[in-house]
Design a protein around this ligand. Structure first.
Ligand code: COA
Ligand code: AMP
Length: 639
């Protein structure tokens, strides 16, 4: 195997040559003749002219090549007491028929399909069936409320919406269909067809003329073959949070995505076809798209689809039980999942009940891997724990100890070095590269490698403005960080109003809009503050309108309820405090970063433009009184 440095240097000095070589690992219908090109908008595209089908790569090719009887999907659902295995042959059968069903309902190449479903096998069949047809899926995470689903419906304009009657959150049944009905009422765009998978424990009400029963349609469906697609054809849209209340539709193409994910399975995760790869995330997030569904399947692995939580389903030993039962080779999740386990089982006693010797590595991503969690895991397990940094925008890791090239020494707190293709720099505000150990903006020199988003759905302007207009020739990641003297990169957190709650990326602006709309609220700021369990939690600070005499606890309860109803339970919005005034600059900008530093107990420099420095002392006093923030709380995880 080539060493990391040689490959990395090649990938930066001659990216086209490097990625054209990697593209040979894909079973194209017609291989591409060029690596990088510009499209009609002037945006960079990979492998234009190459022909392929992602569903063929994830399913059919394995049946043709002798993996038909290998388990493709292990569905493990402790919340419904169901375990099911699907072989690649069965996956092909299910996917081809579902594609036939969708085609019979008028879905063709380029049409959008919204998928709002829990973690059941049908959600994977649905994604793959869309890929098979060349339809563009957009999976919306089940923890988002109807309003958020409506926003995505209006933006994606789907021909069909796929859903299930219900999901299960630990022991609570969450009915999905009423949320879909409400979203369709709220949306301006009219969706004519809703296809519903009825789960045995909840039967969803159906609206005649619009709602169709998935299982009955499937009985009559004819299997459908894979459609030949261009490498640059879109595969999916995944909405993610930006700095405004409107989500960004990350677009993913077929060709670059396939090449990047295939490369990552070999070179980053060091996984062989036939091995069992378990990503304990949700298909509603990028980790789920890439490493529950597409990468493991395209690589011919067995993937685990887990409908449960790291704790309480039934206990904090569930991860270890699944690893033992299915002989999981490699596992991937967010650090917050292990923090939840640590809280319930600090000494890792439940781990002793299981044989986890099949496990080779644990990969962590989705949020900063705190050193305490890393050390707990490293001590408990006899395997290397590997941090990897990436985003919905990249679709695959950008910084990681690429294990396919051999393991490099770890430094806790750092995801180590850039993955091949990513020329990562740290910049100061003037676009000058920072010296070692100086913090700055994390940027990536263009071109971005295959797999990264070619644009935002319906919003080329925002694509340019958000990511490429700050430093010419560089992608702005939105994270801060530094490189140490050995070139290890440390990510220190978002530099914008995006927050990370239990590994879920959220925008404080979305929550702020809901809080600000309350009739008693004159103005407000929602900030993400540090939390020992969830990484960050959103907290609202509100100024009341003059003459409003609402009790604070009543207002807080109302705000919590409204955010839950309008953004979704996933926002984890559980604290709102009334303040007399908010700290602002003389030009009226709220000093959110300073507020965050106070709550997190971090040093800050009082901005010279502050309107009235006394507000910061008032705020500190209030946080201390109400135990808001890690700096003031006895037990922040309980907040
Ligand atoms: N449908 C409906 N509701 C959902 C939901 C879904 N798909 N997913 C989450 N929710 C609800 C939860 O029930 C919870 O509701 P509550 O406030 O009534 O308790 C709320 O949204 C917040 O959920 P979550 O952030 O998941 O918190 P949690 O306390 O239920 O669990 C963890 C915390 C750490 C155990 C869990 O978030 C987890 O396993 N995360 C790690 C892995 C991961 O998925 N990362 C994503 C990117 S890699
Ligand atoms: P998402 O697009 O949902 O994957 O969220 C991406 C954001 O999560 C990044 O911009 C980071 O802020 C954060 N993130 C993801 N992985 C890591 C990591 N390994 N270390 C630190 N932050 C991370």
């Amino acid at each position: 195997m080539t060493n990391y440095k040689t490959h990395y240097d090649e990938s930066i000095t001659d990216p086209e040559k490097f990625w054209m070589e990697q593209a040979k690992a894909i079973n194209w219908y017609e291989p591409p003749k060029q690596g990088l090109s510009k499209d009609e908008k002037g945006f960079s595209r990979w492998f234009n002219g190459g022909k392929l089908n992602t569903c063929y790569l994830a399913v059919d090719q394995h049946v043709e090549n002798g993996r038909g009887d290998q388990t493709a999907i292990i569905y493990e659902s402790p919340v419904t007491y169901v375990s099911q295995l699907y072989s690649y042959r069965e996956l092909q059968f299910e996917t081809a028929r579902l594609a036939g069903l969708l085609r019979a309902q008028g879905v063709e190449k380029g049409d959008r399909v919204i998928i709002y479903m829990p973690m059941i096998p049908q959600v994977v069949f649905a994604m793959l069936a869309c890929a098979r047809l060349g339809a563009v899926h957009s999976v919306v995470f089940g923890g988002f409320a109807a309003q958020e689903l409506a926003v995505r419906i209006d933006d994606a304009k789907p021909k069909v919406l796929l859903t299930a009657s219900a999901g299960v959150e630990v022991t609570r049944i969450i009915k999905y269909k009423p949320l879909v009905d409400e979203a369709l009422e709220l949306a301006d765009y009219k969706v004519n067809k809703v296809i519903v998978w009825q789960r045995p424990f909840v039967k969803a009400g159906m609206k005649e003329g619009r709602d169709l029963d998935w299982a009955s349609l499937l009985e009559k469906a004819e299997p459908c073959d894979c459609v030949v697609l261009d490498a640059t054809d879109p595969l999916y849209i995944l909405y993610t949070s930006g700095t405004t209340g409107t989500p960004k539709g990350i677009l993913r193409d077929n060709g670059g995505h396939a090449v990047a994910l295939k490369y990552s399975m070999n070179h980053v995760y060091n996984v062989e076809p036939g091995e069992t790869y378990w990503s304990a995330s949700d298909v509603g997030w990028i980790v789920g798209h890439s490493y529950i569904v597409y990468a493991p399947l395209m690589h011919g692995c067995t993937t685990v689809l887990f409908e449960g939580k790291p704790v309480k389903t039934p206990d904090a030993g569930i991860f270890w039980r699944i690893i033992e039962q299915y002989k999981v080779d490699v596992m991937f999740t967010a650090p917050t999942a292990f923090r939840a386990i640590i809280k319930e089982d600090p000494k890792g006693k439940l781990h002793q009940r299981y044989d986890t010797s099949s496990l080779r590595n644990v990969f962590l991503a989705g949020e900063r891997c705190d050193v305490a969690t890393y050390e707990w895991l490293d001590t408990l397990l006899d395997v290397d724990v590997i941090d990897n940094w990436w985003q919905s925008e990249s679709g695959w890791p950008m910084i990681c100890n690429s294990l396919g090239y051999g393991m490099k020494p770890l430094k806790p707190g750092s995801a180590t070095f850039p993955v091949c293709g990513f020329d990562i720099r740290i910049m100061d505000a003037n676009g000058q590269e920072q010296p070692a150990n100086e913090e700055g903006a994390v940027v990536i020199k263009l071109p971005l490698p295959p797999g990264c988003f070619p644009t935002l759905w319906n919003d080329d302007e925002r694509f340019i403005n958000s990511y490429f207009s700050t430093f010419e020739g560089f992608y702005l990641a939105g994270d801060g960080g530094y490189k140490d003297e050995d070139g290890y990169i440390f990510i220190t957190g978002r530099t914008d109003d995006v927050i990370n709650v239990s590994g879920h990326r959220l925008s404080t602006s979305t929550i702020e809009e809901v809080v600000a709309a309350h009739e008693a609220v004159a103005e407000c700021a929602v900030i993400g503050i540090a939390d020992e369990l969830k990484g960050q939690i959103p907290v609202g600070f509100v100024v009341l309108k003059a003459g409003i005499g609402i009790p604070e606890d009543k207002l807080e309860a109302e705000l919590i309820k409204t955010v839950r109803l309008q953004v979704g339970p996933v926002a984890g919005f559980k604290r709102a405090a009334v303040v007399k005034r908010l700290p602002k600059t003389r030009s009226g900008k709220i000093l959110r970063a300073t507020m965050r530093s106070i709550a997190d107990g971090k040093a800050y420099t009082q901005p010279s433009t502050i309107e009235d420095p006394a507000v910061l002392d008032e705020l500190k006093e209030l946080m201390s009184e109400q135990e808001i923030g890690i700096a003031f709380s006895d037990d922040s995880s309980a907040s």
